[in-house]
Design a protein around this ligand. Structure first.
Ligand SMILES: Cc1cc2nc3c(=O)[nH]c(=O)nc-3n(C[C@H](O)[C@H](O)[C@H](O)COP(=O)(O)OP(=O)(O)OC[C@H]3O[C@@H](n4cnc5c(N)ncnc54)[C@H](O)[C@@H]3O)c2cc1C
Length: 381
């Protein structure tokens, strides 16, 4: 079915990106899962071919591409595997902060290298002691002369191990009331004295995405690395979370469609009791239910993509899409694994990896409980 936001140029771009991934990502994906990291050489290659931050202005090396290109990139990355989602995070979650809130000097410093793949970015909100309650973060940035002294610890940071610079959510005023008014965003670069990366964390799934702890012990960060204004960090985050959560809904939708597709093939070729398992009414009903739910989700997500491109405030609807699509992806993964029988539990079958990979969707980018809290609040509850 045609998508209202996709034109011929997007489909041409899709074809070339898909070809690029088939050649440069798919054959190595398992290797990357073992290494718990996508190699920097792949980032560089993706940058050279125009697949990193294509939305950036031409003066920073981008193409001024519209959001539909980001949708295409997310979809094609997810078809290879959620484990290379760190690229989507760099493209559509982290770098837009630099683009929107950075000074010209900051943009010149980080955007061209993010577009070319010479630099990998990350964003660090979560800490060992707090995730959902962002205003309760403990990382501090104390002003001293012409720099900040940063102290604290971050965890679960995607691209954390590979990153060249990270947007750190910290408190420049730990005594501010309400607490969120003391939150600021500081860009901390690799090599900063006092900034250390922890080891790559061992996760249930999405192994190719590196996820790390970051440690700041009297880290000396130049004052010119402050993004936007002091005390405005929380507002910037709220503003940008719409796109982050929408990307996650799009990724979950793509993953669900892909799982249904591979299961469709499987049930047609696997036989039991002398016939393909696709001939059992239970199989047909399960497949029909999943196809229906996915189609309903797709209709909603397509609408939100159009609204997002029209710059509408759809924070509430995106919270709905985030919880609904990530929840659906988990259910689809479980049903598809069930239809694969014992083979579904074997690593040789893609559905096993997909099952592990989708589990985190309901947890990160704001848990689904937090999404429901946002929706309830908007209902006046
Ligand atoms: C693979 C992975 C990648 C990640 N990448 C990043 C990243 O790049 N950058 C980053 O900053 N973070 C990242 N995170 C962190 C992620 O965003 C947090 O894990 C998430 O926000 C939840 O925080 P928490 O883990 O502290 O859980 P908690 O906040 O401790 O929540 C625990 C449980 O309590 C529930 N809960 C909490 N508050 C409420 C409430 N008010 N009402 C009802 N229930 C509630 C939660 O929904 C959850 O079920 C990543 C996490 C993972 C697993």
């Amino acid at each position: 079915m045609g998508k209202p936001y996709l034109k011929e140029e997007h489909e041409i771009f899709r074809k070339s990106f898909r070809k690029f991934l088939e050649l440069n990502a798919a054959p190595y994906f398992e290797e990357w899962e073992q290494a718990k990291q996508v190699p920097k050489s792949f980032w560089k290659l993706a940058g050279e071919q125009g697949f990193l931050c294509p939305w950036a202005d031409e003066k920073y090396g981008g193409y001024n591409a519209d959001f539909a290109y980001s949708v295409v990139i997310t979809e094609e990355l997810d078809k290879i595997g959620a484990g290379i989602g760190g690229i989507g995070l760099h493209n559509d979650i982290v770098m837009p902060y630099i683009d929107e809130f950075g000074t010209e000097e900051q943009k010149q410093r980080w955007l061209p290298k993010a577009v070319s793949g010479d630099m990998i970015s990350a964003i660090a909100m979560t800490e060992p002691g707090t995730g959902s309650d962002l205003a309760a973060i403990q990382t501090t940035a104390r002003k001293a002369g012409n720099h900040y002294v940063v102290n604290g610890e971050k965890t679960f940071i995607t691209n954390g191990y590979s990153t060249n610079f990270v947007i750190v959510v910290c408190k420049t005023d730990p005594n501010a009331q309400p607490a969120h008014k003391g939150v600021s965003l500081l860009v901390v670069e690799e090599g900063t004295p006092g900034f250390k990366k922890g080891k790559k964390l061992r996760k249930v799934g999405q192994h190719a995405n590196d996820t790390s702890e970051l440690i700041f012990e009297d880290a000396i960060v130049p004052q010119e690395n402050l993004l936007g204004e002091e005390g405005m960090g929380f507002y910037y985050l709220m503003k940008k979370l719409q796109q982050e959560r929408l990307m996650l809904a799009i990724g979950s939708l793509t993953g669900s469609k892909h799982m249904l597709e591979i299961t469709l093939d499987y049930v047609k070729q696997r036989t039991a009791f002398g016939k393909p398992i696709s001939k059992f009414q239970n199989t047909q009903f399960k497949m029909a239910e999943m196809a229906t739910n996915i189609r309903i989700g797709e209709t909603f997500v397509d609408r939100l993509i159009v609204d997002h491109m029209d710059k509408k405030n759809i924070v509430n609807e995106v919270a709905m899409a985030k919880w609904w699509m990530t929840d659906l992806a988990k259910r689809v993964a479980a049903e598809c694994m069930q239809l694969h029988g014992g083979y579904g539990y074997m690593e040789e079958y893609e559905i096993a990896r997909r099952y592990r990979d989708v589990a985190v969707g309901t947890i990160y980018a704001g848990t689904n409980e937090i999404m429901k809290q946002i929706i309830a609040k908007n209902m006046g509850l």
